[in-house]
Each structure stands twice: as C-alpha cells, then as structure tokens.
Design a protein around this ligand. Structure first.
Ligand code: CMP
Length: 138
C-alpha cells in the first residue's frame, strides 16, 4: 500500500532509448508500478492533459512536443509518493536539477525534460485516470 503518483516518460527520453534506465531508477527508489503503457498523444489530447497551462507562453510548443513521439505513462505507488517522486526526478529545468536525479541525467531542456511527475495527490488521481482504465491498474 502507499500513496500514488502519476508519471510519464516524455518523447525525447523514449526516443533516445532511456525508458529502461529510467524505469530501473524508479523501481530502485522503491516505487511499485501500478500501471504502465507505451502510447502516443495527439496534439489535442496533449492540450487536454496540460489544460492548466493553456494561458502560458509555452503551451502550444509543449503540446506539439508532447505529441511528437511515444510516451510511457505510469501510475506509481509508495509512501509519500508525490513528494518522493519529485525529489527523484529533480527540478523542471535540468539546469537546476540536483546531481543523480532523472532530469539531471536525461533531460535536454526545460521543455524536453525527460519525465513528468504529478504535483499533488489530487492531480495524480486525475492524471492517472486520463491514461488508464480501472482494469489496467493493479
Ligand atoms: P512538467 O512540469 O512535467 O509539466 C509542464 C511542462 O511544461 C514541463 O514539465 C515542461 O515540459 C514544460 N515547461 C514548463 N516550463 C516551461 C518553460 N518555461 N518553457 C518551456 N516549457 C516549459
């Protein structure tokens, strides 16, 4: 048991062949994989996922980038999942990410930053349900 968080490995990291290395880091940090798939977002669906950012200057670029290739969404479980996962991935801008974090190791830029992590329990639930049906979570 434990809390849940939602993550997705972003198109740059999937295209560069880092999926396995990132999943290994996630499991070694003590997260249990509840759900996992490889899929693609249309620009419209990326827009829905990032709706909260729609007034931001980077929104259109972000939707284009997030639909540019395959992504690997996952639901993860661990005590204190949201906060511990954000620690594991590091700062949004890889220039500010701590040594040893996933973004420090694999992110290319503030946009192509390798991986997403939910910012609250509530958003983890919403984001997980965006990608996964009840029968895909166990
Ligand atoms: P994430 O925090 O997972 O979700 C919002 C995403 O928008 C973020 O990762 C980056 O991919 C992107 N993003 C955030 N801030 C910027 C920015 N200033 N410029 C470009 N992209 C950004």
């Amino acid at each position: 048991a434990g809390n849940k968080t939602f993550t997705m490995i972003k198109p740059d990291a999937v295209a560069d062949g880092h999926t396995g290395a990132i999943i290994k880091m996630i499991e070694e940090a003590g997260f249990r994989i509840v759900a996992l798939k490889k899929t693609v977002l249309t620009p419209e669906r990326a827009g829905q996922f990032y709706e909260v950012h729609k007034e931001r200057g980077f929104y259109n670029d972000l939707c284009k980038y997030m639909s540019s290739g395959a992504i690997v969404p996952m639901i993860l479980e661990k005590d204190n999942a949201v906060a511990d996962f954000r620690k594991l991935i590091g700062a949004t801008n890889p220039a500010n990410a701590d040594e040893g974090t996933i973004r420090k190791l694999f992110a290319k830029s503030i946009e192509a930053n390798a991986i997403h992590g939910s910012d609250s329990d509530e958003n983890a639930e919403i984001e997980g349900n965006f990608f996964f049906a009840r029968t895909e979570k166990f």
